[in-house]
Design a binder for this molecule. Structure first.
Ligand code: GAR
Length: 205
């Protein structure tokens, strides 16, 4: 039993690539139902193509958040989706979209990766902010999304050190390497959870 996912991107697409690699290699039992970018002309679109997939571009520029999300929801409604996977999707999701993916416990079936040990350094430049702050230890967080920015129940965290003499690029590179391993692993845990839930529902019949 696979996990049906839609992946939302905005830019470089290195996490998208890591997820698609893991699916291809059989390390992640997921069906990528859709890939959506809120920006055209970004490298993530080429990443999708490299894997034989076409990302849907739904530009957000010039639209209100609500208007843009109506378009996104309208596109996604035709797919069966267990989880929305945010992979460098630099948008704050509205309750309108989140509620479409609410589970029976009230959590949203939306996962995000963030390059810091949340709750430290939320926002869009977490590596830079942590580095400038002078942290000795930073990390990567994968969490379920709620209505706040880079916030919600934590699924996994992994730390990494800032080594003496690190440049920002070395520091980021160490974090990104963790992101690319951890995200597919956590998604695979959601696959196991889905299988478990399915088995327990069947067992009750
Ligand atoms: C990644 O470092 C991801 O953790 C971060 O954006 C980058 C996207 O890179 N996400 C956030 O900062 C979310 N607040 P990618 O497009 O190469 O995956």
């Amino acid at each position: 039993m696979s996990l049906n996912i839609a992946i939302l991107v905005s830019g470089r697409g290195s996490n998208l690539s890591a997820i698609l690699d893991a699916v291809k290699a059989g390390r992640l039992d997921a069906k990528v139902q859709a890939i959506v970018s809120n920006k055209g002309g970004v490298p993530a679109l080429d990443v999708a193509r490299k894997f034989g997939l076409e990302a849907k571009v739904i530009p957000s520029v010039g639209l209100s958040r609500d208007d843009h999300e109506k378009l996104v929801c309208n596109f996604l409604k035709d797919f069966e989706i267990d989880y929305l996977v945010l992979a460098g999707y630099m948008r704050i999701l509205s309750p309108y979209l989140l509620r479409k993916y609410q589970d029976e416990r009230g959590f949203y079936r939306v996962v995000n990766i963030h390059p810091s040990l949340l709750p430290a350094f939320p926002g869009k430049d977490a590596y830079e902010e942590a580095f400038q702050y002078g942290v000795k230890l930073s990390g990567v967080t994968i969490h379920l999304v709620d209505e706040d920015v880079d916030h919600g129940p934590i699924l996994a965290q992994e730390s990494f050190p800032r080594l003496p003499g690190d440049t920002i690029e070395e520091f980021k590179g160490r974090g990104l390497a963790i992101e690319h391993v951890l995200y597919p692993q956590v998604l695979q845990q959601l696959v196991e959870q889905k299988k478990h839930q399915y088995a327990s529902v069947r067992g009750k019949r």
